[in-house]
Design a protein around this ligand. Sequence first.
Ligand SMILES: C[S@@+](CC[C@H](N)C(=O)[O-])C[C@H]1O[C@@H](n2cnc3c(N)ncnc32)[C@H](O)[C@@H]1O
Length: 253
Amino acid sequence: MTDDEAMADEFDTMAAWTADAVAELGPEHAVPAGCRGSGSPAALRWLAGRLGLGPGTRLLDCGAGVGGPAELAAREFGMRPVLAEPMLSACRASARLFGRPVVAAAGERLPFADGMFDAVWSLGVLCTAPDQAGLLAELRRVVRPGGRIGLVAYLRTVRRLPEQPEGNSFRTDAELAGLLSAARLGVLEQAELADFAAPGPDWQAAADRVDELIERRHGSDPRWQTARHQEQIIGRLISDGRVAGRVLVLSPA
Ligand SMILES: C[S@@+](CC[C@H](N)C(=O)[O-])C[C@H]1O[C@@H](n2cnc3c(N)ncnc32)[C@H](O)[C@@H]1O
């Protein structure tokens, strides 16, 4: 199995299955099931506030996945997001669930003019991007001067990882600092993902119901098994403290 195949199982096939499951279970499941980068509504709200999202803000969600975070921001902060995501089934899933504009594009090659957005966020995407410096350069290019960039980055806290999900490359704190400095991005604020409140019971129950239905429908499919394997590895790395999520508010220098 190649890195691309494992990532497609995790981010493309699972996205389509998620949209199917939400269609069966009900729309109240869509946002919790559609948040895959941080899984934390508290962190998303904190970041949205720090990025100054509000009615009229032009927000790009780069690596939007199934689109849950952008939808939460749209509903709670009143702006209309644009989504970019390289996996076609994920683009279709977000369009089906939320009907927001979405383009199929990798973050390293965004099909937007310079300075087109007031704010850009990219959540849980950096470690999956083949060219992390290129991704950061593109986020910087498409945000307007004085605009803000939000990141959720998963960082390696140890020298070597005993295991790693296919296609992921976790940077250390120092490596991230080097990448940000090379992209001429300054850190305005940052917080550890683990310090935010866990999702409430209703949110968690909705996400769990979607996961359970997908497992009932597809649990014997090797693509589901690969996706679950990938998720279990990242879950173990985080619970062992070998990888930690950080939320960052950046500004072009
Ligand atoms: C962990 S998921 C996070 C999805 C979404 N941001 C969220 O928080 O729910 C990572 C996403 O990054 C996307 N991705 C992978 N490589 C990418 C790249 N080079 N540029 C942009 N997105 C990428 C994947 O397809 C996947 O949807």
